[in-house]
Design a protein around this ligand. Structure first.
Ligand code: HEM
Length: 489
C-alpha cells in the first residue's frame, strides 16, 4: 500500500495491526458499533483500522467529532467510493455518490429548499398550520384505525409493517402528491422488504472493501441490487407520469418543482456548476428513500420502548391528557407543552442509536486531527453510538431514562443535554430532513399514544437487540394494542 509521507510535527494514526488481505475484519465483527467503541478505549478518539486492504479512520468522542465535521467541515465532507453505493439511485444519489463538492452542494441546496417549501405550504383547511402537519395528523389517525381493525381481526400486529406505510405516505404526499392504501401491494413490496438494503449499506460491510468478495456469489448483495432496482423503477414511473402531466403554472409537489427547476435553468445558462437534469430530478429518490426508512425505524423503536417501559407509557399518556386533552388530535404547536414526550424522543435517539454510524465520510484533502495525519481520500466512520453511550458525557448511559433530559422541576427540556445526542450527523453533511423528521416522530407518537395503549403478548418476551445496519432495526415481532377510548369508525 502506498504510504503518504507524514508531515513533520504530526503523528501516525494508532490502531490494531491488520492481517494480510482481510485487515481487521475479524476484530470489527458483525457489531461494529460495539467493537469500535471498545477499540476507542485502547486507541483514543482518532484511530485507524483496515477493512480488507483499505484504511478507515474511526472518529469517536463528542469534541473530536465536532472538530472534524464542523470546524474542519470541508476536509471531511466527501463520500468514499464504495462498491455498494454505485447501485443506489444508479450511482446518482445525493447522499451516497462521490459527486464533486460543487455539484453536491448545488444538489443539496435544491433538495433542502424543495423540502422546506413543500412541508411549510398551507394545508387544505385552516385547521392545519401546514401540509406537513395535515399529512401527519391524517396518517396518524388512519394508523390508529388500521391498528384497531387489525387487532380485531388478528389479535396482534407487526408494528413496523403498519408504521412504514403511514410514514411513507407523508413523504409520498410531499414528493409525489399522492398516498397509498395500507394494503397497496406495490408500495408494500417496496417499503416492507426485509432489510438487505440496510445490512449492505451499514458501515464496515466487508464486501465494500475487499474487491475479491465482489466477485463471489453473495445472496445479500444480490437482494440489495434487486431492492435498488425496484426502488428506482418505482420512482422513475412516477417521475415520467409527472413529466407527461407537467404544468408550469401548477406545481403540485417536489417532483414538479425539480422538473420546473430544470426548465428554468435552461433559460439561465450563467450558473457555473453544471448539473444534469437527471441528477436534479433524481433528488426525489433520495428524499423519498431517506424519508421513510429512518422515521419508521424511529417510530417502531418508540413503540417497542413504550411496551418495554409501561410506566413511561402511562406518564406520556397522562401528559397528553392534561396538556392536550383527549378530545382533539395533538398538533405541532403542542410540542413545547409536552416536555416529557420530547425527553422520551431524545432518549430513544440516544439509547437505541439506531443510526450507529453516519453515512461514511471521506477526506477531501490531506488533513490532521488531534495531531494525527490523515491523507486525502481516506474513508472515515463517525461513531454516533459511542458518543451517545460515552460515560464521560452521560450518567449511567446504558439505562433508559428520559428524565435525564428534563429540568429538575420536570417542566422543561434541557436543550444543552439534548444537543449532545448524535442522530442526524453534524456539519456540512448533516441530515437535511431533521426538522421534518423530528416533527414526524413527535406528532405520530402524540397521536398514537393519546389514542392507544401498547402491550407485549403474554409469554412472548420483547427482543430489544438491534440488528446491525445503516439504520438498526429491532427484530420483526407482534404486539397488541387497546383503544384508550372509543373512536368513531
Ligand atoms: C443524511 C439521520 C430523516 C434526508 C443523514 C445522515 C444521518 C441522517 C445520520 C448522514 C449524515 C452524515 O453523513 O454525516 C436521519 C435520521 C432521520 C432522518 C435519524 C429520522 C429520524 C430524514 C428525512 C429526510 C432525510 C425525513 C428527507 C425527507 C437526508 C438526506 C441526507 C441525509 C438527503 C444526505 C445529506 C448529504 O449527504 O449531504 N440523515 N435522517 N433524512 N438525510 Fe437524514
Amino acid at each position: 500500500v502506498f504510504q503518504t509521507k507524514i508531515p513533520e510535527g504530526l503523528r501516525q494514526l494508532p490502531g490494531p495491526k491488520p492481517l494480510p488481505i482481510i485487515g481487521n475484519v475479524l476484530e470489527v465483527g458483525n457489531k461494529p458499533y460495539l467493537s469500535l467503541t471498545a477499540m476507542r478505549k485502547r486507541y483514543g478518539n482518532v484511530f485507524q483500522i483496515q477493512i480488507g486492504m483499505r484504511p478507515v479512520v474511526v472518529l469517536s468522542g463528542y469534541e473530536t467529532v465536532r472538530q472534524a465535521l464542523i470546524k474542519q467541515g470541508d476536509d471531511f465532507a466527501g463520500r468514499p467510493d464504495l462498491h455498494s453505493f454505485r447501485y443506489i439511485s444508479d450511482g446518482k444519489s445525493l447522499a451516497f455518490s462521490t459527486d464533486e463538492a460543487g455539484v453536491w452542494r448545488a444538489r443539496r441546496k435544491l433538495a433542502y429548499s424543495a423540502l422546506r417549501s413543500f412541508s411549510t405550504l398551507e394545508g387544505t383547511t385552516p385547521e392545519y398550520s401546514c401540509v406537513l402537519e395535515e399529512h401527519i395528523c391524517k396518517e396518524g389517525e388512519y394508523l390508529v384505525k388500521q391498528l384497531n381493525t387489525v387487532m380485531k381481526v388478528d389479535g396482534s400486529f407487526d408494528p413496523f409493517r403498519h408504521i412504514v406505510v403511514s410514514v411513507a405516505n407523508v413523504i409520498c404526499g410531499m414528493c409525489f402528491g399522492r398516498r397509498y392504501d395500507h394494503n397497496d401491494q406495490e408500495l408494500l413490496n417496496l417499503v416492507n422488504v426485509s432489510d438487505e438494503f440496510n445490512q449492505v449499506v451499514g458501515s464496515g460491510n466487508p464486501a465494500d472493501f475487499i474487491p475479491l468478495l465482489q466477485f463471489l456469489p453473495n445472496p445479500t448483495m444480490k437482494k440489495f441490487v434487486s431492492i435498488n432496482d425496484r426502488f428506482n423503477k418505482f420512482v422513475q414511473k412516477i417521475v415520467s407520469e409527472h413529466y407527461s402531466t407537467f404544468d408550469k403554472d401548477n406545481i403540485r409537489d417536489i417532483t414538479d418543482a425539480l422538473i420546473d427547476h430544470c426548465e428554468d435553468r435552461k433559460l439561465d445558462e450563467n450558473s457555473n456548476v453544471q448539473v444534469s437534469d437527471e441528477k436534479i430530478v433524481s433528488i426525489v429518490n433520495d428524499l423519498f428513500g431517506a424519508g421513510f426508512d429512518t422515521v419508521s425505524t424511529a417510530l417502531s423503536w418508540s413503540v417497542m420502548y413504550l411496551v418495554a417501559y409501561p410506566e413511561i407509557q402511562e406518564r406520556l399518556y397522562q401528559e397528553l391528557k392534561v396538556k392536550v386533552g383527549l378530545d382533539c388530535t395533538p398538533r405541532l404547536s403542542d410540542r413545547p407543552n409536552l416536555p416529557f414526550l420530547e425527553a422520551f424522543i431524545l432518549e430513544i435517539f440516544r439509547h437505541s442509536s439506531f443510526l450507529p454510524f453516519t453515512i461514511p465520510h471521506c477526506t477531501t484533502k490531506n488533513t490532521s486531527l488531534n495531531g494525527y495525519f490523515i491523507p486525502k481520500d481516506t474513508c472515515v466512520f463517525i461513531n454516533q453510538w459511542q458518543v451517545n453511550h460515552d460515560p464521560e458525557l452521560w450518567k449511567d448511559p446504558s439505562s433508559f431514562n428520559p428524565d435525564r433530559f428534563l429540568s429538575t422541576d420536570g417542566n422543561e427540556v434541557n436543550r444543552l443535554e439534548g444537543e449532545k445526542v448524535l442522530a442526524f450527523g453534524l456539519g456540512k453533511r448533516r441530515c437535511i430532513g431533521e426538522v421534518i423528521a423530528r416533527n414526524e416522530v413527535f406528532l405520530f407518537l402524540a397521536v398514537i399514544v393519546q389514542k392507544m395503549q401498547f402491550h407485549a403478548i403474554p409469554g412472548e418476551p420483547l427482543n430489544m437487540t438491534p440488528e446491525y445496519g445503516l439504520t438498526m432495526k429491532h427484530r420483526r415481532c407482534h404486539l397488541r394494542a387497546t383503544m384508550r377510548a372509543r373512536i368513531e369508525q
